[in-house]
Design a protein around this ligand. Structure first.
Ligand code: ATP
Ligand code: MG
Length: 450
């Protein structure tokens, strides 16, 4: 058979075999999420929505595309994201430089400034975002990925820092994960810009003394962004990285007090954590508190959630100075972790599968299914496929596979009497019975799953 673009001339002249185009595939590193996998996403997102409501975080939605300058200014020019991971392009209409958002915070801060949203006081917001980074795709690392993002703007902390961390713990618990065992918390303080400047000078001096072991990346960053060298994963540099001066030793009284405040709150809540003086985050905007939730079950992609304080960012992006703190949680990684630990979440089974043996039954089946749905019963109604209605046996197989608790059978005999048969599919010993179609409102609720 001739398919695809290889033989266009032949296809154009051959009237018997219609031309079929070669199928297109998704962009590398960008995934489709189909059922039943999508049900796990919805299950996760439902948990998040309920969590945010209980913590008083309101939903915010900002555009996927932003001016490139937002991320260059917000994240810092010498970061992995800005240097090599952004999907940037020119708007063909007007030449504007645009970027698919690689992270959530900068866009949210832009929106908050643009709409003067801190005018009436602090703001707690969350978002479910698709993000884009041109990374090497692998398990837990994609070019389009998704995050739950939470931000508290206008609070100096450390109380709200702790609240955000504890909010993560609550979510982890509600997903069936145990903190300290399945996922552990690491925190650090990045201090303030002046303290970092002193540390940075000491760091440059240290790395200059060991210039011979630095790789190309590190050498390039030595004077532009030496802090990022600490983030290097190059094994040949680990010893020199280990021996580097620690920022913690350069922190002043106020920064240390802030960290102590976060620690006291976490200790008070009984949440174990490790102080990791090497913890630096991928964006330049962080100060004071930074933290990560890490798992040992996902190999190199072990960070499932990361965040911290960014008191300078709002001003840096042109807003009235205000402190802020937030985190981002990778949805794919969380779902991979839950899968690795055998916690799959619920799959969405309908309450009822409607068995419709033939086209003649539709006149009764359709309004009955509509009435059930209006009464809150979820109904998966059998519909004809390309080969017709399918026999009863195959419909019952589908009813069973759907996970529905009941089958409703719109058989001709029952319909002639104004009735429908109800067959319990999951309870051993329960027997089939009939119900009057005219009274569906009275028995609908009995089909709803508890
Ligand atoms: P990593 O060190 O793994 O690259 P990161 O520091 O770049 O992570 P952030 O930008 O802080 O990550 O994003 C927070 C979370 O988003 C990460 O902890 C992770 O769960 C998720 N994440 C980041 N990049 C990706 C990606 N390319 N694919 C899937 N999830 C990602
Ligand atoms: Mg990264």
């Amino acid at each position: 058979m001739n398919v695809g673009p290889q033989s266009p001339t032949h296809n154009m002249t051959d009237t018997k075999t219609p031309a079929r185009a070669a199928p297109l595939v998704a962009v590398k590193g960008m995934n489709d999420i189909l059922p039943p996998e999508s049900a796990r996403w919805e299950w996760f997102e439902d948990k998040v929505r309920s969590l945010m409501a209980r913590y008083g975080y309101a939903n915010i939605r900002t555009p996927i595309v932003e001016p490139t300058a937002l991320f260059v200014r917000g994240l810092g020019e010498v970061t992995d994201i800005v240097e090599k991971e952004m999907y940037s392009f020119e708007d063909s209409m007007n030449g504007d430089r645009l970027t698919l958002r690689p992270e959530a915070t900068a866009g949210i801060v832009r929106a908050v400034i643009e709409h003067n949203a801190l005018y009436n006081g602090p703001l707690r917001v969350w978002s479910n975002v698709a993000l884009f980074r041109h990374e090497r795709p692998q398990k837990g690392r994609y070019r389009q990925f998704h995050q739950i993002d939470a931000e508290a703007l206008g609070h100096p902390g450390p109380d709200v820092d702790a609240e955000l961390i504890l909010m993560c713990r609550t979510l982890l618990r509600e997903l069936g994960l145990v903190e300290g065992r399945d996922v552990r918390l690491e925190i650090n303080s990045l201090g303030q810009p002046e303290e970092r400047a002193q540390h940075r000078a000491a760091l440059v001096a240290h790395f200059e003394r060991h210039a011979e072991v630095l790789d190309e990346d590190a050498r390039r960053r030595l004077h532009s962004n030496p802090l990022r060298i600490l983030d290097s994963k190059n094994p040949a540099m680990q010893a020199v990285v280990e021996a580097a001066p620690k920022l913690m030793d350069f922190l002043g009284a106020a920064s240390l007090a802030h960290l102590a405040g976060v620690r006291a709150a976490l200790d008070g809540a009984g949440l174990p954590y490790r102080i990791n003086p090497r913890l630096v985050r991928g964006m330049d905007y962080y100060n004071l508190t930074v933290f990560e939730w890490i798992t040992d079950h996902l190999g190199a992609q072990g960070t499932v959630c990361g965040g911290g304080r960014y008191d300078g960012l709002i001003e840096q992006l042109g807003g009235k100075p205000a402190p802020a703190v937030g985190w981002g949680m990778g949805i794919e990684r969380m779902l991979l972790l839950l899968e690795a630990l055998g916690r799959q979440g619920t799959t969405a089974a309908p309450d009822v599968y409607a068995v419709v043996p033939a086209a003649e039954a539709m006149a009764a089946a359709l309004p009955c299914c509509e009435a059930l749905r209006a009464a809150g019963v979820s109904v998966l109604m059998h519909a004809a496929g390309k080969d017709g209605w399918g026999g009863l046996k195959s419909q019952f197989k589908k009813a069973d596979a759907s996970g529905a608790r009941h089958a409703l059978i719109f058989g001709a005999d029952e319909l002639a009497r104004g009735e429908v048969a109800v067959k319990p599919l999951r309870e051993a010993g329960a027997t089939q019975h009939t119900r009057a179609l005219a009274e569906v409102a009275n028995w609908a609720a009995s089909l709803r799953n508890a």
